[in-house]
Design a protein around this ligand. Structure first.
Ligand code: KG4
Ligand code: ZN
Length: 335
């Protein structure tokens, strides 16, 4: 059903996001960010996040409907993130969505947050189709997925410790660049030399897996020693070199997976894909290899309600529906 009107709700972490979709067309996508609230704590405080979602969810849903020019009666379905994420945050969006759908007597569906990231490219890239290899890199997860068909996923690899976004966030905190760390390192790296310091690239023998905890140790050791020697490198060089180390492995391992599977389509999603250097590096590599790269715009890479609506459109076509008794699942795993 190409013109189904869906309300997509995403509240798994620190953004209250609601979107209205007509099929794959995004009519509105509204986000209320809590970044300022959490910045002074240096990270997301779960209780603060849940309370902020409670305050924001109703006005955000109203705003998304108004911007889309849609009355709630016209909705064909409601979808919300079911997991993974923070339990209190998930409960706000999921319960709101379930109650709204119940009141409207429309189908409700719970969506895996990572499947949302997997479906985001479908909103903008007409060439996005299986079989494809997809790099998912966010604050809580980093995975390489082989999508053999829509909804049919093989997890080829992932991180054995920190997620890529988590590595950006922890390193930025150590470097005194604030929270969230990914955008801070991205911005600070402007004009920096990514080859200034050669930080280690982990797990060379595991073609589809990542490890970022050693990078953190290496950066800390490097900066402590440099400080003792009175020889601290320029912060933009450190930021660019850290970024290069993370980008290098994300790109190399994604294309290892593309080679292994023989796919012609590579896609990516998750907040880390907002990183400009990562986007450039993926584009360059895809063009060298003659592969189609489907990269959503930065606003659809970071958490949003439209990606939840996009996955819901597919799931509803497949006949999936939540029941009144379904609940959030903070530990939900793709595949
Ligand atoms: O997907 P997302 O919005 O939320 C989760 O599902 O976790 O990803 C958030 C992560 C954070 O760790 C943030 O630092 C990172 O994405 N991020 C970035 C950039 N923008 C957001 N990392 C690197 N460069 C960026 N420009
Ligand atoms: Zn996410």
């Amino acid at each position: 059903m190409g013109d189904r009107l869906i309300l997509g709700i995403e509240t798994s972490c620190d953004e209250t996001a609601v979107a209205v979709l007509r099929g794959r067309e995004v009519l509105s996508s509204e986000i209320s960010s809590q970044v300022d609230m959490h910045a002074r704590f240096g990270g997301v405080v779960p209780e603060v996040a849940a309370r902020a979602h409670i305050e924001a969810i109703r006005p955000m849903a109203h705003l998304a409907l108004r911007k889309a020019g849609i009355h709630s009666d016209e909705l064909d379905a409601v979808a919300a993130t079911q997991g993974p994420g923070l339990v209190g945050s998930l409960m706000v969006g999921f319960s709101f969505g379930k109650a709204l759908a119940w009141g409207l007597q429309r189908p409700f569906i719970g969506i895996d947050h990572m499947e949302g990231h997997l479906f985001a490219p479908r909103l903008e890239n007409p060439n996005y189709r299986p079989p494809a290899v997809i790099l998912l890199a966010s604050g809580g997860h980093s995975q390489i997925v082989h999508m053999r068909d829509w909804g049919d996923y093989v997890i080829m690899g992932g991180t054995i410790d920190d997620a890529a976004g988590e590595a950006f966030d922890k390193l930025a905190r150590f470097m005194g660049l604030g929270y969230p760390g990914g955008p801070a390192i991205d911005k600070t790296s402007d004009g920096g030399d990514g080859a200034a310091i050669r930080f280690p690239r982990a797990l060379p023998d595991r073609p589809f897996d990542f490890s970022f905890s050693g990078l953190k140790t290496s950066v800390v050791n490097h900066l402590v020693k440099a400080k003792e020697a009175g020889n601290l490198p320029p912060i933009e060089d450190v930021a660019a070199s850290v970024q290069e180390a993370i980008v290098d492995v994300l790109v190399a391992k994604t294309f290892n997976a593309a080679k292994e599977t023989g796919v012609k389509v590579v896609a990516a999603g998750g907040g880390v894909l907002a990183n400009r250097r990562l986007r450039d590096a993926l584009e360059q590599r895809a063009s060298e290899e003659g592969l189609e790269l489907c990269l959503p715009s930065a606003a659809l890479c970071t958490d949003n309600g439209a990606m939840i609506g996009a996955a819901a459109d597919f799931r509803l076509d497949a006949g999936d529906r939540a029941t009144w008794f379904d609940d959030v699942d903070p530990g939900l795993r793709l595949g």
